[in-house]
Design a protein around this ligand. Structure first.
Ligand SMILES: [Zn+2]
Length: 190
């Protein structure tokens, strides 16, 4: 791992890697892809450090952690949603003013037509060979934004629903209800 970091001269990239490693546990290929996707989103959307962003990751694997730690878009603050279709792709948008219901965002994906030029990375991506991250990440470093495609995308921003709390008629615990239900979903098994 140190060997990979030693190849990097960009201090900003090193700083991002140093933030991701303790959060994710180590620098996986997927986490590194998350860092690169974050950089592309930041460049294209033009958000600054600390600005609220919303992210939908199309995989559970690795990528969400880069956005959670670098963009503070977390599951707990509702900045991060995961819609797992098993794709190395992410949709990002900036916060819009209250009452605005649509946002211009960006969808970024690791493009298999572009990874073809980088055989180890391509083999890792298509899982045709077992490629350790020590071999895949240097190709990502070399490629930079070259292996990603992105497109502008219109996103519907959900209105914040009113919050209604109910005491469950069965277990007696409080739950946030979505409709007229009188029992919590644990008790109804739904
Ligand atoms: Zn209950």
């Amino acid at each position: 791992m140190d060997k990979i970091i030693k190849q990097i001269t960009d201090p900003e990239l090193i700083s991002k890697i140093e933030q991701v490693i303790p959060f994710h546990g180590y620098l996986s290929t997927g986490a590194f892809i998350g860092i690169q996707m974050f950089n592309i989103a930041k460049d294209v959307l033009g958000f600054h450090d600390g600005e609220r962003i919303y992210v939908t990751c199309e995989t559970h694997n690795c990528i969400p952690d880069a956005f959670q730690v670098l963009g503070s878009a977390t599951i707990g603050n509702k900045g991060m949603r995961i819609m797992d279709s098993g794709k190395m792709a992410v949709v990002v948008n900036k916060q819009v003013p209250m009452g605005v219901t649509s946002a211009r965002g960006i969808r970024i994906y690791l493009d298999p037509l572009k990874t073809e030029k980088y055989p180890k990375l391509h083999a890792w991506y298509l899982n045709t060979e077992k490629i350790p991250h020590e071999e895949a990440i240097p190709e990502l470093l070399k490629a930079g934004a070259d292996v990603y495609s992105h497109e502008a995308i219109d996103i519907t921003v959900p209105l914040k629903p009113a919050k209604y709390v109910k005491v469950c008629g069965k277990c007696g615990e409080c739950f946030v209800r979505h409709g007229e239900e009188v029992f919590c979903s644990t008790c109804t098994g739904t």
